[in-house]
Design a protein around this ligand. Structure first.
Ligand SMILES: [Cu+2]
Length: 541
C-alpha cells in the first residue's frame, strides 16, 4: 500500500511539472544521459551517419574489423567450410514444399537501390530509390511486373512513411545534406491513383531517419531523426490525414534514429521496443513506464514483429548489434507485469534482419549479416511457427546474394515475399540491386483457396459474409488480415496480423482501433492446410 500511494503522488506532480515547463514546448532540452544513449545507439545503428561529429568535426566511429567469414561470399561460391551447421542443413533441403524457394523478378533486376516501399490498395507499391542526390521513385505493379517512374520533388532518401487510412502514402523528412547528415522538414503525400506527390506544410523540425506510426485514432505519430543541423531531435509531431495538417505535441521524447515504436492494444499507448530504454509511452501526456532491457540484446539493427495474432500482443525483437547476436526476446505487452524474456534463438547471428507476418500466421525472417560487409552477410532465412520456436531453416538467399544495410522485406498481395537492396560498408563497395522474391512453402502445397466475395468497406465490430472456395477435400476455416507494407531499413513499424474464424461463412472484425488502426488491410482466405489465397484489400473504419 505505501508503495502504491507513493506512485499516485509522484505521477500528478510530474505531469504538472511537464505541463508548466516552458522549455518543454519552446526549446527542447535533453538530459546528458539521453544524449549519451542516443549517441551510442546512433553509432551502432548507422555506419552512414557516422562520418563526423558536427560539433567537433572528429570522426564519430571507428569501423569494426571484418569478422570471420561464414555465409556466402558475393564473388565465391559457398563451400561447406564457409557455412554454419544450420546453413548446411538448409542447403541440403531443396524441396519448395519444405523450405520455399527464391526467384529473380527479371524486369527489376539491375535497378537502383530500393530503400523505401509503401504498398497500396491499388495493388501497386511506391518505391523510393537511390540515395544522396541520385534519387527517384517509381510505382511498381507486381501483377504486370512493370514500373512507372514518377516525378520526385525532393530527396526522400531515409524519410519516414506509412500508408494513410485514406489510401495515400505519407512521406516525412528526407536528406537535406551530408557531412553531417541532416534532415528536411518536408511533408509529402503520394496519391496512388494519380501517381503524384503533393507537398504539404512543413514539420516543425527536419528529420532524417524518423519513425511514423499510425495510432489508434488514425493519426500518424512522427518521432526522432536528425534535424536541419544534424542533431537528433526530441520534438514529437502528429499528422492528421483528415486535415492534412501537422501539429507538435508539448512533451518531447529522446529516441534514436528510426526508433522501433508500435501502437499497443491500448488507445493512445505506444511501445518503444528499445533495446536501451524500452517501455510504454503516452506521447500526449509524456508519461513513460519502463520495462526491463531485452536479454542479450545488442544495440540496434534488430528485427521487430508481433508474433501471431496481434490481439495476443506477443511482441518479438531479433538479432542486431555488431558483432551481431542470434538471440531473440519476447514480451507480452498485455501482461500485468510486461517484461522481456529470452525467445527462440535464430539460426544465425545477424543484424539488419527483417521479419514479415505471413498470411498463415507464421513469421518469416531474412536479410542481414553478422557485420555490414559482404563477407559477413548471412544467406540464412527461417520460419517461426510457434512463439517458443524453434526457428526452422528455410531456403537461403541465392548464391552470391546479400541483403545488408537498407534492405527491405515485405509481403506481396500474391503471398510471396520481396527482398531487395543491400548497401554494405556504407554503400562504398558493391551494392546488390537484384529483386528477389521468396515463395513460402505454402505455395507448393496444392491448389490455393480463393476469395469469391467480400465487402470493400468494413467497420469495427462488424460481421461480414465472405465467399470462399477451396480445392476438393479442403475447407476454409478462417480469414486472416495483414497490414499494408511500409518498409525501410529492416523495419515495418505498422505491421500486424489477425486471424478471424470463418463461422457460418462470416467473420467479425475486432471492436478496438488499437488492435487494427483505421485504414486499408489485406484479407486472405486460409484453408485447413494453412494455404492462403491471394489477398483482397478492405478498408476498416
Ligand atoms: Cu539510410
Amino acid at each position: 500500500m505505501p508503495r502504491k500511494t507513493a506512485v499516485l503522488m509522484v505521477v500528478p506532480l510530474w505531469l504538472v511539472a511537464v505541463a508548466l515547463s516552458p522549455g518543454a514546448a519552446a526549446a527542447p532540452s535533453m538530459s546528458a544521459g539521453d544524449q549519451r544513449m542516443i549517441a551510442q545507439q546512433n553509432r551502432e545503428l548507422d555506419s552512414q551517419a557516422l562520418d563526423a561529429d558536427p560539433a567537433t568535426g572528429q570522426p564519430r566511429f571507428t569501423p569494426l574489423p571484418v569478422l570471420p567469414h561464414h555465409g556466402h561470399d558475393r564473388t565465391g561460391a559457398a563451400t561447406a567450410s564457409d557455412m554454419t551447421t544450420s546453413e548446411m542443413a538448409a542447403a541440403a533441403v531443396a524441396d519448395p514444399a519444405q523450405v520455399g524457394s527464391w526467384t529473380y523478378e527479371a524486369p527489376l533486376t539491375g535497378d537502383q537501390n530500393m530503400v523505401h516501399v509503401v504498398c497500396s490498395p491499388t495493388g501497386k507499391c511506391l518505391f523510393v530509390v537511390g540515395k544522396g542526390k541520385k534519387f527517384s521513385s517509381y510505382v511498381y505493379n507486381p501483377t504486370t511486373k512493370t514500373k512507372v517512374l514518377v516525378k520526385t520533388p525532393d530527396d526522400l532518401f531515409c524519410a519516414g512513411h506509412v500508408l494513410l487510412p485514406d489510401g495515400r502514402a505519407l512521406v516525412v523528412g528526407g536528406t537535406l545534406g551530408q557531412s553531417p547528415w541532416r534532415g528536411t522538414k518536408t511533408v509529402y503525400v503520394f496519391n496512388f491513383v494519380t501517381e503524384t506527390y503533393q507537398k504539404l506544410p512543413d514539420m516543425a523540425v527536419g528529420r532524417w531517419y524518423p519513425s511514423v506510426v499510425t495510432m489508434s485514432d488514425g493519426r500518424q505519430l512522427i518521432t526522432a531523426g536528425y534535424d536541419v543541423n544534424g542533431a537528433n531531435t526530441n520534438v514529437v509531431e502528429v499528422f492528421d490525414p483528415k486535415t492534412n495538417s501537422i501539429s507538435r505535441l508539448t512533451p518531447t521524447k529522446s529516441l534514436p534514429l528510426y526508433p522501433r515504436t508500435f501502437q499497443t492494444s491500448k488507445p493512445g499507448e505506444i511501445f518503444y521496443a528499445g533495446p536501451t530504454a524500452p517501455g510504454f509511452w503516452n506521447p500526449v501526456t509524456g508519461a513513460f513506464k519502463a520495462v526491463n532491457k531485452p536479454v542479450g540484446a545488442k544495440g540496434t539493427g534488430f528485427g521487430s514483429c508481433f508474433f501471431g495474432d496481434v490481439r495476443d500482443q506477443n511482441f518479438m525483437i531479433m538479432g542486431g548489434g555488431w558483432p551481431a547476436t542470434a538471440s531473440t526476446n519476447v514480451i507480452d505487452l498485455d501482461s500485468a507485469a510486461p517484461a522481456y524474456r529470452a525467445g527462440p534463438t535464430m539460426t544465425a547471428a545477424k543484424g539488419y534482419v527483417s521479419c514479415v507476418n505471413l498470411p498463415d500466421g507464421t513469421v518469416f525472417e531474412a536479410n542481414g549479416g553478422s557485420d555490414n560487409t559482404i563477407a559477413a552477410a548471412s544467406s540464412t532465412t527461417a520460419l517461426l511457427t510457434s512463439l517458443t520456436g524453434p526457428w526452422q531453416a528455410m531456403s537461403p538467399l541465392p548464391s552470391g546474394e546479400h541483403r545488408l544495410y537498407h534492405s527491405l522485406l515485405f509481403l506481396q498481395d500474391d503471398g510471396r515475399v520481396v527482398s531487395v537492396t543491400s548497401n554494405p560498408n556504407g554503400g562504398v563497395t558493391a551494392q546488390s540491386k537484384s529483386f528477389l522474391v521468396y515463395s513460402p512453402p505454402y505455395l507448393s502445397k496444392g491448389t490455393r483457396p480463393t476469395i469469391t466475395g467480400a465487402p470493400t468497406e468494413v467497420r469495427y465490430g462488424g460481421t461480414y459474409a465472405i465467399g470462399t472456395s477451396a480445392t476438393t477435400g479442403r475447407s476454409v476455416p478462417r480469414i486472416t488480415v495483414t497490414t499494408a507494407p511500409s518498409a525501410t531499413h529492416s523495419t515495418d513499424l505498422n505491421q500486424r496480423y489477425l486471424s478471424l474464424p470463418l463461422a457460418g461463412g462470416a467473420i467479425t472484425f475486432p471492436t478496438s482501433p488499437a488492435i487494427m488502426p483505421p485504414g486499408w488491410y489485406r484479407i486472405w482466405a486460409v484453408d485447413n492446410a494453412n494455404v492462403p489465397s491471394v489477398a483482397k484489400w478492405v478498408h476498416l473504419s
